[in-house]
Design a binder for this molecule. Structure first.
Ligand SMILES: [Zn+2]
Length: 182
C-alpha cells in the first residue's frame, strides 16, 4: 500500500473521460492506494484520475458526518436521475487552496458496480450525493471551476493559473508519472 502523488489541474488526465473498469481482478491495489492517498491528503473523496489512474472508479469516506457504512467504493457509476438544488462550498484535492460555491442537484439516483462486479442503483442526498457528483464529474473530465459563474471563476483565477503552470512544468519534467495511462 502506498500514498500516491496527486495530479493537479493542468494535467490532461483530469480532462478525459476515464475508461470503464472491465478487469475487476486487479483493482485491490489501486483501491488501497487511493484510500491511503485520500486519508493522507484529508479528502473525503478521491477519483482514480486524480492519482493518474485511468479508470472509472472513486472512493468516498464521510464517516465524520454520516453513520452509514464507510468507506465506500463506486465503480463504473452513472447518475440516472436527479432533482432539487443546493449550493455548497466545495474544495478539490486537484485544485489546492481553492474553494467555490457549487450549485448541484440535491438528490440523485446513482447506478454503480461494487468490487464484486455487482450492480446497484441507490438514491443519495445531502453531502454524500454532492461528493458522488463531484467525483463522477472528475471521471468525466469536469472540474468545479467549470461549474461556477464567471464572477466566482475570476475571483480564483490567479490561484488556478498558478496551479496549472506548476502542474504543466511538473509534467514536462516527468512526462510519465507513475500509473499515468492515457
Ligand atoms: Zn476534486
Amino acid at each position: 500500500m502506498a500514498v500516491l502523488e496527486l495530479v493537479n489541474y493542468g494535467n490532461p488526465i483530469l480532462r478525459k473521460t476515464c475508461n470503464s473498469v472491465t478487469d475487476f481482478s486487479k483493482l485491490v491495489d489501486s483501491i488501497d492506494n487511493m484510500f491511503d492517498t485520500m486519508y493522507e491528503e484529508e479528502g473525503i473523496g478521491l477519483a482514480a484520475n486524480q492519482v493518474g489512474i485511468d479508470m472509472n472508479l472513486f472512493v468516498i469516506d464521510i464517516s465524520h458526518t454520516d453513520d452509514s457504512e464507510f468507506p465506500r467504493i463506486f465503480i463504473n457509476g452513472k447518475i440516472t436521475s436527479s432533482d432539487g438544488e443546493s449550493i455548497f462550498s466545495e474544495g478539490c484535492l486537484s485544485i489546492p487552496q481553492v474553494s467555490l460555491e457549487v450549485t448541484r442537484p440535491e438528490r440523485i439516483i446513482f447506478k454503480y458496480q461494487d468490487v464484486e462486479e455487482k450492480w446497484h442503483e441507490e438514491e443519495f442526498d445531502g453531502l454524500l450525493a454532492r461528493a458522488i457528483q463531484h467525483e463522477i464529474d472528475h471521471l468525466n473530465g469536469v472540474l468545479i471551476i467549470d461549474l461556477v459563474s464567471e464572477m466566482q471563476r475570476a475571483r480564483v483565477n490567479k490561484e488556478v493559473k498558478k496551479i496549472k503552470k506548476d502542474s504543466l512544468a511538473k509534467l514536462k519534467q516527468h512526462p510519465i508519472t507513475k500509473g499515468f495511462v492515457l
